[in-house]
Every structure is written in structure tokens, then in C-alpha cells.
Write a protein that binds this ligand. Structure first.
Ligand code: 48F
Length: 262
């Protein structure tokens, strides 16, 4: 007598294909597409989806989390400065206050923080599309209106081997959360529609506030968050501390929600 319930190969195949395509089809017209599933994008996904906004996260890797799995220098501890530890409280991430300095620097285990943030975005109901590489914007009436995407391995194939056209998902707003590369904003810069400054040298004291303050709608229908905002506006990088990323994601979600509801 086998322990597991009876199902054959075709049953498993059908369940995967039907579930995936069902979810995909119900999101080809969404409210917000977040490109990049690092810390800023995941916080935005959590907040938007939990407010009933139909949200897709496009991530080119097979894993979500971006740079949040490691603090820096291949060491898996992440720091945040007050008030961002409140987001750790919401997520249930244990952390310690760093002693012997001014108050308000906290350290946590990166795998714990990152996995809880991914869970929060999933639990809130965001549609999580990994192995999807953002290829281009849908640009309609001078407004970003969707994302063109392809499977990551397909988009890496040289055109001499094969040319597979991507597909597009429509949305009222995109959030560029692709980190230093600011891939979505760059797709507009390449057409002369926006001017990107490139991020500046490290200055942890000022850069986190600057990133949150500059989290904004860069172009009609395109909000920039996290290190993508630093790249767009010529802000200092901040190195391995993540409060600015998390708070920037909170602000990006608010701006995107206003766009969707306007
Ligand atoms: O780089 P990333 O973690 O962005 P972030 O949210 O946070 C930055 C910090 O991790 C750190 C820092 C602050 O302390 O300096 O670097 O701004 O995550 C960006 C995500 O975007 C994905 C990429 O795989 C990563 O998970 N990404 C990049 N290009 C694409 C993409 C693309 N073309 N399509 C889809 N996803």
C-alpha cells in the first residue's frame, strides 16, 4: 500500500499548466507591474496587493529577493536604521540593536528577513512571475501602459540561434525596482524620453533619505524605487543597509496606488 495519494504524470502536468496559465491569463490586464523582486519591489508588492491592487512582480531570476539575501561582502546579515525596523516588526523578523553606537542601528539574519518579505508579498496576493526578463515598456499615448516580457533563458539566446518574440502584460502603472541597472527607466532613456544621471559614490548617512525622497513618478505611468531611483536621480549609493530600500518600496506603493485610483 503506497503512502501517497494516486496521481499519474499527466495529472501533475495538467495541474501545473492549468494553474499557471489560469493565473497568467487573469493578470494580462493588471493594475501595477513591479519589475524586479528585490527588497524595494517586494515591499511595494506587499502593500499594493494587500490594498486590493492587482499586482504582478516580474523577476528575471528564478529566486525573488535580489540583494536582500546577503548584507554585503557575501555575509548574510542585513542592517536597517530606525525607523525601518518597524517593517521587520510587521514581517516578524527577529533583529538585534547594534550596541555601542548611537541608537537605532539594527541587524538581522538576511535569509530570515528576505524569506519573510517574499512570503508577505505572496500572502498579500501579488502574482509572482519569476524567470521573466523585462524586455521593454508598452508605451501608449505618451504613458507607460505595460511590460514586454520573455522567459529569461529565451531572452539570453543569441538571435543567430533563434528569435522568439516576447509577450506583453498591460497595466495602469509600472514600478522600476530593478536596482542599480534601472532597466525600465533605461528603456525610456534609450529613446531620449528621460535623462538618467547614474548613481553616485557611497554616502550612507544621506543616501537612504535621498532615495525615499526621490521615489517618484519619473515618467507618466512609471514610478522608480530603491536603487533604480538612485540611478535615475544621481543619488549616492548606500552600501549594505536596507531601510531606505524598504521605505522606498512603501512610498512607491502609495504613489502607484494613487495613479491606479486616479
Ligand atoms: O538589486 P535589488 O536588490 O534592488 P533594490 O530593491 O535593492 C538594492 C539592494 O539590494 C542593494 C543596495 C541597497 O542596500 O544597494 O543593492 O533596489 O533587486 C533588483 C531585482 O531586479 C531584478 C534582479 O534580478 C533583482 O532581483 N531585475 C534586474 N533586471 C531585470 C530584473 C529585468 N530586466 N527583468 C526582471 N527583473
Amino acid at each position: 500500500m503506497n503512502q501517497f495519494a494516486q496521481a499519474t504524470e499527466k495529472d501533475i502536468t495538467r495541474s501545473i499548466v492549468e494553474e499557471f496559465l489560469g493565473d497568467f491569463l487573469s493578470h494580462i490586464e493588471s493594475d501595477v507591474i513591479i519589475v524586479g523582486g528585490g527588497p524595494s519591489g517586494l515591499v511595494a508588492a506587499r502593500d499594493l496587493a494587500s490594498n486590493g491592487i492587482k499586482t504582478v512582480v516580474l523577476e528575471s531570476n528564478n529566486y525573488f529577493g535580489g540583494g536582500f539575501w546577503l548584507g554585503g561582502y557575501l555575509m548574510n546579515k542585513v542592517t536597517v536604521r530606525a525607523p525601518a525596523q518597524k517593517i521587520f516588526d510587521q514581517l516578524g523578523v527577529p533583529y538585534k540593536e547594534v550596541p555601542d553606537i548611537k541608537e537605532g542601528l539594527y541587524v538581522a539574519d538576511a535569509p530570515s528577513a528576505c524569506s519573510k518579505l517574499i512570503s508577505a508579498a505572496c500572502d498579500a496576493g501579488a502574482f509572482m512571475l519569476n524567470m521573466n526578463k523585462f524586455d521593454d515598456v508598452v508605451l501608449r499615448d505618451g504613458c507607460v501602459s505595460g511590460a514586454v516580457t520573455n522567459w529569461t533563458p529565451v531572452s539570453a539566446l543569441p538571435r543567430a540561434i533563434t528569435c522568439v518574440d516576447p509577450v506583453a502584460i498591460e497595466a495602469k502603472c509600472l514600478i522600476d525596482a530593478t536596482g542599480h541597472d534601472a532597466v525600465v527607466a533605461n528603456s525610456l532613456a534609450g529613446r531620449g524620453l528621460v535623462d538618467l544621471k547614474g548613481f553616485s559614490g557611497m554616502d550612507v548617512e544621506n543616501s537612504e533619505d535621498a532615495v525615499v525622497n526621490n521615489t517618484s513618478e519619473l515618467f507618466p505611468g512609471l514610478v522608480v524605487t530603491g536603487m533604480a531611483a538612485a540611478t535615475c536621480f544621481g543619488l549616492s549609493r548606500m552600501g549594505p543597509t536596507f531601510g531606505g530600500m524598504l521605505q522606498s518600496g512603501v512610498k512607491a506603493a502609495k504613489i502607484a496606488e494613487e495613479i491606479v485610483r486616479s
